[in-house]
Ligand binder design. Structure first.
Ligand code: URA
Length: 258
């Protein structure tokens, strides 16, 4: 059980103080009954809390959102520096958190949810959902540098990265590559090319498993369909059951040998 002002604030509708005013003004109801005491509580998993007749969070409902994060937005739910957060770009009607991270200056797909199990499946290293990036780097790395990156280099701290796919897209004074990772270390793509002497100038995540950025401009988001959520949850279940990883959640894109 939680105080109503806390539930309303957690849903992202108002500050606690504002929510208290709404309660005193008789704008809040629980299971159809108007509540005007500030001490009143409700169970977010069982009770129907409404503000001005609108349900703030259907009990127990899980939320799954795919956002195309613009650059210069932080992908955490809190930011001490007060910068724009991914959660500021999405109205979910309840508290949600980003799955994994994208750097402040990285653009592209990120999932937000309030479902911890879903988050674990999407973020798990070697899990069923590969992450595909388009990276613009300074100059053109030598073929041997790209081959080393594909095999998996050792990064500072001693960790060896898993092998990955890298497909050249465009070469010149700067070059574009498509990089497909099955793990998600902090700043992984930037570190990989940076260590080869070719810093990343632009970075965009264009695919998470079968979820692409088609139709989603930077700053736009959409809810996952029930079918998409099912596919991801089922893939997590299959992994726990010990069956083959990867499954059909990744489009091959015809580049598996590169
Ligand atoms: N790799 C990076 O370097 N940055 C990201 O945001 C994601 C992957």
């Amino acid at each position: 059980m939680e105080r109503l002002q806390k539930l309303i604030a957690q849903a992202g509708l108002a500050s606690r103080r504002q929510a208290e005013e709404w309660i005193l003004q008789g704008r809040v109801s629980v299971n159809g009954r108007t509540v005007t005491e500030l001490g009143a509580k409700a169970d977010p998993e069982r009770d129907y809390v409404k503000v001005d007749g609108r349900l703030i969070r259907p009990p127990g409902q899980k939320v799954y959102i795919l956002l195309n994060k613009p650059r210069q937005v932080v992908s955490t739910a809190d930011d001490p520096e007060g910068r724009v957060k991914v959660t500021d770009l999405v109205r979910a009607g309840r508290r949600i958190f980003p799955v994994g991270r994208l750097d402040y200056n990285t653009e592209g797909l990120i999932l937000l949810t309030n479902d911890g199990e879903f988050s674990r499946i999407v973020a798990s290293a070697g899990g069923p959902l590969e992450k595909v990036y388009h990276a613009k780097v300074r100059g053109t790395p030598a073929p041997e540098a790209i081959a080393r990156l594909r095999r998996g280099i050792r990064i500072p701290g001693g960790v060896r990265l898993a092998p990955c796919r890298i497909v050249p897209l465009k070469a010149g004074s700067s070059s574009w590559y498509e990089v497909t990772l099955t793990e998600g270390r902090n700043r992984q793509v930037r570190d990989m090319f940076g260590l080869m002497g070719h810093p990343v100038l632009k970075l965009r995540r264009v695919r998470i498993g079968f979820l692409t950025d088609r139709g989603l401009a930077p700053g736009q988001h959409r809810r996952l369909t029930p079918g998409e959520v099912e596919r991801i949850l089922a893939a997590g279940g299959r992994r726990r059951g010990g069956r083959a990883e990867g499954g059909n959640l990744n489009r091959s894109g015809g580049s598996d040998n590169l």
